[in-house]
Design a protein around this ligand. Structure first.
Ligand code: ARG
Length: 473
């Protein structure tokens, strides 16, 4: 801050804030001016702010509040302001506090008194509540499209790797064999729910605050349906106090985003593990990894690690939003200006992470032999042997006991169940016959789980096809 800015003791006549300076006898402290400003971050809503102003001006003209020529001048002026912003020629000023006043002030510079009439029957409170909704709506649509992109990639991968056998884990211990395609379909389902959460949030959010003005509505004959319609909202907000004050829709978006990031984080964890030398299940594309400046052999999975890490900031943003909202009495309070940074950061983090994943995941290379070899360890077909005995008439608990003994023997003799000779297996139960090997192989094990939601390659192909149809109609 310059010395000049620091020591301003200006008479009222020098007050720069023409939007509300009238009742003030002393100019805002320079620090306070910067401290209370939001233009540094809310300027990204300029398009929505201008769209809202266009709708409001048209409505005022229709209601007979604004003359035709004023309305035309405003619309033309707004076009010029938008052009200036897009050309990078707009002079954003902290003294003009926020995106709304910057745009309005420039409009007035350009067209004179008509510009000053635009704010009739409107407040920055309904204006900002409108802008955020319009902005977030667009961003949600983008995020849903990104989700769709990644989901399509997962379906293609599921089809490609429907026959690829890997160990399935519980407690990160080898449990039962599954197919890699099946695993990708699990990821798909998580994202499918994330997409529906985004859709739900969009729908609840899509109502128009315009006309609520500062808090109580306005004495002008506003047509709230008209502005709602112009801006693609489903209806005007039913209560003016609520319309300008609540940010639950932004909280909801952050909550949906936190769940989405939690999903991406879990996927990241698996990608990191699978690409380690210990698992060695997959190869991540080189363009998504980095090296080490000291260890020449390293190929680090930075992108999944970063996405896992970024989940923390999105969770933090959700907590910020909840905390800033709690304890706020109706209606608008300046606290609400603090909604933007966590909201924008969430949007940027989610869409950056999705962009990376949508590109990286379909390019995963499966090391099929390694996955297969890993599935052969850890007696992953033990349940299949128990099920086999149950089918032969043994109660499940007894079958469990028999197989437990066979596994103990396998650990000692370093033999998988499928590698034991038949007479060896028969020592554990005389119900076992030659056909046992059909179920003890990994292929037999996965093929047996052939029902809706099961891991059998045929089911995976079917499920991927059905999901594709569900997704794209
Ligand atoms: N920049 C403000 C915000 O983000 C706009 C609304 C200001 N309203 C007010 N009454 N001071 O919330």
């Amino acid at each position: 801050m310059s010395k000049k800015d620091d020591n301003r003791k200006n008479p009222a006549s020098e007050a720069t804030n023409t939007a509300w300076g009238g009742r003030f006898s002393e100019q805002t402290d320079a620090f306070v001016e910067a401290f209370t400003a939001s233009v540094q971050f809310d300027q990204r809503m300029y398009k929505q702010d201008i769209a809202g102003s266009r709708a409001h001006a048209r409505m005022l003209k229709k209601a007979g509040v604004l003359s035709k020529s004023d309305c035309e001048a405003i619309l033309k002026g707004l076009d010029s302001v938008e052009q200036e912003i897009e050309n990078g020629e707009f002079d954003w000023s902290v003294a003009r506090e926020d995106v709304h006043m910057n745009i309005e002030a420039r409009l007035t510079d350009l067209i004179g008194d008509a510009g000053k009439r635009l704010h009739t029957g409107r407040s920055r409170n309904d204006q900002v509540a409108t802008d955020i909704r319009l902005y977030l709506r667009e961003q949600i649509d983008f995020i849903i499209a990104q989700l769709l992109e990644m989901q399509k990639g997962l379906l293609a991968l599921a089809q490609r790797e429907a026959d690829t056998i890997m160990p399935g884990f519980t407690h990160l211990q080898v449990a039962q064999p599954v197919t890699f395609g099946h695993h990708m379909l699990a990821w798909f389902e998580m994202l499918q729910r994330d997409a529906t959460r985004m859709h739900d949030c969009r729908e609840r959010m899509n109502i128009s605050p315009l006309g609520a003005a500062a808090l109580a509505g306005t004495s002008y004959p506003v047509d709230r349906e008209f502005t709602a319609d112009e801006l693609g909202f489903s209806a005007p907000a039913a209560n003016s106090l609520d319309a300008v004050s609540d940010r639950d829709f932004a909280i909801e978006f952050c909550a949906a985003s936190a769940v989405l990031m939690t999903h991406l984080s879990r996927m990241s964890e698996e990608l990191v593990m699978w690409s380690s030398a210990q698992f060695d299940f997959i190869e991540l594309p080189d363009r998504y990894c980095t090296g080490s400046s000291i260890m020449p052999q390293k190929k680090n999975p930075d992108v999944p690690e970063l996405v896992r890490g970024k989940t923390g900031r999105v969770n933090g943003n959700l907590v910020s939003m909840l905390t800033l909202m709690k304890s706020q009495p109706l209606a608008y309070n300046k606290d609400n200006q603090e909604d933007k940074e966590p909201l924008f950061d969430t949007i940027d983090t989610v869409s950056g992470s999705l962009r990376a994943f949508a590109d990286m995941v379909p390019a995963i290379e499966c090391k099929r032999e390694n996955m297969y070899a890993a599935a052969k360890q850890g007696f992953s077909t033990a349940t299949d042997l128990a099920d086999y005995l149950v089918r032969k008439g043994l109660p499940f608990r007894d079958a469990h006991e028999v197989v437990g003994k066979a596994v103990a023997f396998g650990i000692e003799s370093k033999l998988d169940l499928s590698e034991m000779p038949l007479d060896q297996l028969q020592q554990f139960s005389d119900m076992i016959t030659e056909d046992v090997f059909d179920v003890l192989t990994l292929e037999g094990s996965v093929a047996a789980r052939n029902h809706i939601g099961g891991t059998a390659p045929d089911q995976v192909r079917k499920a991927a096809k059905a999901a594709h149809k569900r997704l794209l109609g």
